[in-house]
Design a protein around this ligand. Structure first.
Ligand SMILES: [Zn+2]
Length: 489
């Protein structure tokens, strides 16, 4: 089955590669240069942009940079004349959560870790029983009560919830270790994930991870008597949710086509990254992730804009889209897919670029730097891979590596960048990617490590593929839905 497919593809490629180069396409692809890319990326991935975390000052600076650029190259702003698709997201801040102990107020993130969701107006007083490892809950009425336990497993905690426990205090097995990992835990837990609604979803469970010392204090006993001194005690605590609004925006520029202008190609990247530490001393510049893709989209946009200005407007329209919130869970592209600026049914393809500026360790070692991982091109359409191969054979000569299309590949990259939100909407996509490397999501993902020669070639491949997709007669058919199983997310 697979072999047969490959040979059909080979034939198709052999026949199309006899075709001549499109000299107009070559002319504009050649405007995508190492020098231009370096100039743009040196700004996007500079310390001044502070790692471009969604909602921060750095992200705003990056959005302004994109806005100014698209205006300068003469592309249209498709959102009521602007380049910004603004929206708000929300997150819960749980720093106002405390437990009252004799020695004073114990604070979330400093003395213990709160997991769950609730929002109280005033302190809660809860009779709390010690249940050990919770292996035997028979003869215990826990309904509406607090429980203190050494159990940690999902199942055990589930059983306690089922028994009606109103709050669960999980006692640590090793206080020293607990306090060591607490700051890291707190960074993850004090702020919840960004979401589109003000309301929290899911049930309002309350779990407090506490030290054994604190457990003893709350139960008015000593650490070594905790398991034997089983008298119930009243614990006072407060869970107050602070709702934080995060305002952000997807950035986009539009080039209207000619006779097929109602059909749209989206070329995308994410312009956000993971930001910096609290005092700004450690900045994750995100030069490769995804400064490189964003630079690529800008260069491709500039090439298309120049072509249009010189009389070579594409037949189909093109949307250059730089989304926000990717690092928070593909949120910007999800927002776009739910609130498309142009009809989804007329969106023919998405070419998504996320990390094209580096050579991964394997290719570094083999010396074969002229490669790119091409992901998802066969998933929804039988045409896309052939067009991509044709563009590459004719113009760029990169080694196109399809290994991540293997449904058994454990990295599951097909689900891990913004194209996935287009694919979910039934739009055939290609995801361009250089693979991971030791600097991935680290402060060392910096401009000086970018291989601009390879990056320019990869962007030229995207440009040529886009040029063919927007100018050929036939719209990419969606003719493959379920013959390749990528599994579910
Ligand atoms: Zn990325």
């Amino acid at each position: 089955m697979r072999k047969l497919k490959a040979s059909i593809l080979g034939l198709a490629i052999a026949s199309v590669s006899l075709m001549a180069q499109d000299q107009i396409a070559v002319k504009y692809a050649n405007t995508i240069t190492e020098e231009d890319m370096k100039a743009k990326l040196s700004i996007l991935a500079s310390d001044e942009f502070g790692g471009r975390e969604t909602g921060t000052e750095g992200q705003k600076k990056a959005s302004k940079f994109l806005e100014d650029f698209y205006a300068k190259v003469g592309l249209a702003g498709p959102v009521e004349g602007t380049y910004r698709q603004k929206f708000s997201m929300y997150q819960s801040d749980w720093s106002d959560v405390y437990i009252k102990a004799k020695s004073g107020k114990k604070m979330n993130g400093k003395d213990f870790i709160f997991l769950g969701s609730a929002d109280m107006d005033k302190e809660m007083k809860l009779e709390t029983a010690y249940v050990g490892d919770a292996s035997d809950l028979s003869n215990m009425d826990l309904n509406g009560k607090g429980v203190m336990t050494t159990a940690r497993g999902r199942e055990a905690l589930g059983n306690l919830n089922e028994a009606g426990a109103a709050a669960i205090f999980v006692v640590s097995g090793n206080d020293e270790q607990f306090m060591q990992t607490l700051p890291r835990q707190a960074r993850f837990r004090l702020k919840s994930r960004l979401r589109f609604t003000k309301e929290l979803s899911g049930n309002a469970s309350m779990i407090f991870n506490i030290t054994k010392a604190m457990a003893a204090e709350l139960m008015n006993t000593s650490a070594d008597k905790l398991s034997t001194d089983t008298k119930a005690r009243t614990i006072r605590f407060m869970v107050k949710q602070k709702l934080v609004e995060v305002k952000t925006e997807n950035m986009m520029a539009y080039l209207e086509g000619t006779d097929l202008k109602d059909e749209l190609l989206v070329i995308s990247s994410h312009y956000d990254h993971i930001g910096q530490n609290e005092d700004g001393t450690v900045i994750n510049n995100g030069a490769d992730d995804d400064g490189s893709g964003t630079t690529g989209v800008m260069e491709i946009a500039e090439a298309f804009a120049q072509a249009a200005a010189e009389g070579h407007r594409p037949r189909r329209s093109v949307l250059f889209l730089n989304v926000t919130g990717e690092e928070k869970g593909l949120l910007g592209s999800a927002y776009y897919a739910d609130n498309p600026v142009f009809p989804i049914e007329n969106t023919v393809n998405n070419l998504n670029i996320d990390m094209i500026g580096r050579v991964d360790p394997e290719h570094e070692e083999s010396g074969n730097r002229d490669y790119v991982y091409v992901i998802g091109s066969e998933k929804l359409s039988s045409h896309l891979k052939i067009i991509s191969e044709y563009a590459n054979i004719t113009y760029t000569g990169l080694d196109l590596d399809y290994r991540f299309d293997d449904p058994n590949d454990r990295n599951r990259f097909y689900y891990r960048s913004d194209h996935y939100n287009f694919a979910k909407s039934g739009i055939p996509i290609i995801f361009y990617f250089n693979g991971t490397h030791p600097d991935y999501h680290r402060p060392t993902d910096t401009v000086d490590k970018i291989t601009f020669d390879v990056m320019a070639k990869r962007a030229q491949l995207v440009f040529h593929t886009a040029w063919i997709l927007v100018n050929r007669d036939e719209r990419t058919p969606v003719d493959r839905t379920d013959d390749m199983d990528y599994g579910s997310r």
